[in-house]
Structures are given as C-alpha cells and as structure tokens.
Design a protein around this ligand. Structure first.
Ligand SMILES: Cc1cc2nc3c(=O)[nH]c(=O)nc-3n(C[C@H](O)[C@H](O)[C@H](O)COP(=O)(O)O)c2cc1C
Length: 161
C-alpha cells in the first residue's frame, strides 16, 4: 500500500470525490478539505462533510467510504459533483462519470487513485472551539462539518497514463 503525494496540495488543489454506499444506492460529492496520516497506529484518511449534503446520510449509514482522485481532464466533472446534489438528480450522469463496484464501497472508473476506507471515527466540529473568523466565514448559516476518519484498507491506482 503506497501513495506518494504532496499532501498539502492533494486535496486543496486537486480536489477529490468522497463516495459512500452500494452500487445500487450510493452518493458522492467533491471535497477539497481532508487529511491523511496516522491514528492509533493505523493509516487514516480524514474528510469533513456538512450535514446538509446528501452524501452525509451515506457517510453515516455505511461502514466504508472511498476517497478518489482524478486527472485534470475530469475537473469539470468534479465541479458538477461539487455543485449539484444527488438528492435532486442523477448527478453522476450529468458529470459523465461511471461508478465501479469495489464490493465494500464504490468508486469511479475515471479515478487515478482510490483509497478505500473503513470508518473508525466520526465527530462534529464545534464552533466554540474554532477561531472566530472561521465561524464567521464558514458557519454563520450552515451547521458545522462532521469529521469522518477512515482506516485505509486499500489504495488502488488505476487509469494511469
Ligand atoms: C472544490 C469543492 C470542494 C468542496 N469541498 C467540500 C468539503 O470538503 N466538505 C463539504 O461538506 N462540502 C464540500 N463541497 C461542497 C459539496 O461538494 C457540494 O455541496 C455537493 O453539491 C454536495 O452534493 P450532495 O448533496 O450530492 O452530497 C465542495 C465543493 C467544491 C466545488
């Protein structure tokens, strides 16, 4: 299991899709905040999902999730996945990406890297523990993100050119 990257730009500049659920019923959305590291001696991935996202329900209801990264040519698809909601429409179709069954979770055919994660922790961020300017900027109208930490089960590198 190996993944070499500049972690400080990986989410921020490249973006990712976080996806949870089964082939029959799953949802994914774009993220640009997240982490990768070590917790309790395990390799972990951290993502932050606001309760108002449709994906939030899937993150809570499923034991596994994937975080997947894409070549630059898929930037438009990631914009679509980060603007529309699976609650209202088939946004995969709109984005032109194809789901792939990993058994425990779902990723997309276009991904160059998919990290399969087993959820091991979840906690809501609390505004009284944040810098005030962060609360002003991000949480005046919407409830704070829930942090999900997943233990890395598998890293799949595909579609590499
Ligand atoms: C570049 C980008 C990064 C985003 N990062 C996050 C994030 O880290 N956490 C989050 O909750 N929403 C994030 N969003 C917003 C969701 O992707 C967006 O609200 C999406 O439409 C939710 O889809 P859903 O309702 O189908 O889950 C981001 C959007 C974009 C375009």
């Amino acid at each position: 299991m190996e993944f070499k990257t500049d972690i400080f730009s990986q989410y921020d500049k490249k973006w990712a899709l976080v996806c949870a659920g089964t082939m029959k019923k799953h949802n994914a959305m774009t993220i640009s905040w997240g982490g990768m590291g070590t917790l309790w001696g395990r390799p972990v991935v951290t993502v932050y999902v606001k309760p108002c996202r449709y994906t939030y329900e899937f993150m809570n209801d499923n034991e596994y999730f994937t975080v997947s990264f894409y070549p630059e040519e898929n930037r438009k698809a990631l914009s679509v996945m980060g603007k529309l909601s699976g609650r209202d429409m088939d946004k995969e179709k709109e984005a032109g990406i194809t789901p792939v069954d990993l058994g425990k979770a779902v990723t997309y055919q276009e991904a160059e890297v998919t990290i399969l994660c087993k959820k091991i922790y979840a906690q809501d961020l609390e505004t009284d523990k944040m810098p005030p300017e962060v609360v002003d900027r991000y949480y005046m109208t919407e409830a704070p993100h829930r942090m999900f930490i997943g233990e890395v089960v598998e890293i799949r590198q595909t579609n590499l050119t």
